[in-house]
Design a protein around this ligand. Structure first.
Ligand SMILES: Cc1ncc(COP(=O)(O)O)c(C=O)c1O
Length: 432
């Protein structure tokens, strides 16, 4: 079609046409009257937290903390669920609880939120970045294997965007090399992997309860484990371990530097109500993703999200890959055109953590480059561009993400998204 013969509706906004999406979509809102009532009754009780940071019956927290933990334990089908005041705190507790020593190496994905790796640095251990798979954007087991050294002690598997990492292969590697595994399932609560919940297939795993997640308590996190010893170490690190171990009679006091990682009673009361609604939220996200994928399936040069066999995807992010050669247009141009049509929540980048200034300059604690530039770091760890070619290529050229977590996304809104994508694809020549 000739540019001049197109009507205004078919013409891209960046060329003077009309927007497909005229008004912003409704925000994702999981908090209802049940949460309001639950929070109110805690406030009225006056007991907003009952934790005590010493060996006492209140060491494990108040009634809402315990009730929420019991419910999480049943929901995720694990022996222990332990609440924390953020998932960042949860990751720090997890790395400490599995017994990481200063200078130990922990293999982690570069395609994740920064806390997955800083939790490792927190214990003066060394993050080593392995590459990711294009199907799931999670750790590539072969790259993990290639990065194992005699210093490697654990793997941090991140279930990014709502889909589990390949836990069968990662657990097999962990077993072969006697490594521990942590699952950072911040973005994938409720996702299934071979009939089990993502996050529960590691030595320790868990979920974020921050504002953007499927269910939330404002800030917060839930640790899950089937290991009694790790569970107790997690509870100690959560609550001033160093002041508790003596009276509790704990023999292994390594990493028993405790913190205040305690989640409050109000948050746990809200969490109890949120957990009851979680399946409904996930179903609705999955239905929206299914409708979106159906509507976009005829577009050329775009790979839509993949759900692997025996898995479910909970779509925190709808991850697409553009075939730039076929399209003949950069992803930034496509992004710009889609944004102009009113599509919100798109991004052309996620993260390549190894390229952050902290890793590039090896400056973490103080100015002298600790822990890398010290005796505890046993070798020169490489963070240069090129170590994770798949993650780098995706970020630089072909990744396009849609943050499904931002909006409610009813059928009408999904159909508008589909229309916007089709309009941009129909006019791809104009973007060249
Ligand atoms: C993959 C991942 N890990 C860790 C975190 C940290 O969680 P929180 O914000 O609850 O501390 C997030 C938060 O978005 C995340 O997405």
């Amino acid at each position: 079609m000739n540019k001049n013969s197109r009507n205004k509706k078919g013409q891209l906004v960046i060329n003077g046409g009309e927007k497909v999406i005229q008004k912003p979509f409704e925000r994702y809102q999981s908090i209802g009257k049940e949460e309001v009532e639950a929070a109110k009754s805690v406030i009225e009780s006056g007991v907003l937290s009952k934790f005590l940071g010493c060996w006492h019956e209140d060491f494990y927290g108040g009634p809402k903390v315990r009730e929420f933990e019991e419910l999480c334990k049943d929901y995720f089908d694990v022996k222990h669920a332990i609440t924390v005041n953020s998932w960042t705190s949860g990751l720090i507790a997890a790395v400490g609880a599995i017994g990481i020593e200063p200078g130990d190496e922990v293999i982690v994905s570069p395609w994740t939120m920064c806390a997955s790796a800083t939790a490792i640095l927190h214990w003066n251990a060394i993050p080593v970045f392995a590459d990711i798979e294009t199907e799931t954007f999670c750790l590539d087991p072969e790259s993990v294997r290639a990065n194992i050294t005699s210093n490697t002690k654990a793997i941090m598997a991140v279930d990014i965007g709502g889909h589990s990492a390949n836990m069968t292969k990662l657990n097999a590697i962990a077993e072969e090399y006697s490594l521990k595994i942590i699952s950072d399932t911040a973005q994938a609560p409720g996702a299934l992997y071979k009939g089990k919940y993502a996050g529960t297939l590691a030595d320790v795993g868990g979920y974020s309860l921050n504002y953007h997640k499927h269910i939330h308590t404002g800030e917060g996190g839930i640790l899950v484990t089937n290991d009694d010893d790790i569970a107790e170490r997690l509870r100690l690190i959560r609550n001033h371990a160093e002041a508790v171990v003596g009276d509790k009679g704990v023999e292994d006091i390594s990493n028993m530097i405790g913190h205040n990682f305690r989640l409050g009673e109000i948050e746990c009361a809200i969490g109890i109500e949120q957990l009851k609604k979680m399946k409904g939220f996930i179903d609705s996200r999955q239905n929206a993703a299914k409708r979106l994928s159906k509507g976009l399936s005829s577009l050329k040069g775009i790979r839509l999200p993949i759900t692997q066999d025996d898995c479910t995807h909970v779509y925190y992010i709808y991850k697409m890959i553009l075939d730039i050669k076929t399209l003949g247009v950069s992803k930034e141009r496509i992004f710009e055109a889609l944004i102009a049509e009113g599509v919100e929540g798109l991004s052309t980048k996620y993260t390549n953590l190894h390229l952050l200034p902290m890793y590039q300059n090896k400056i973490a604690y103080g100015k002298k480059g600790f822990p890398w530039n010290s005796d505890i770091c046993k070798r020169e760890v490489d963070y240069s561009k090129g170590i994770c070619p798949v993650a780098e290529e995706l970020n630089d050229y072909s990744y396009l993400g849609f943050l499904m977590c931002l909006h409610k996304l009813d059928n009408e809104e999904v159909d508008l998204l589909i229309e916007a994508f089709h309009k941009v694809w129909d006019n791809m020549e104009d973007l060249k």
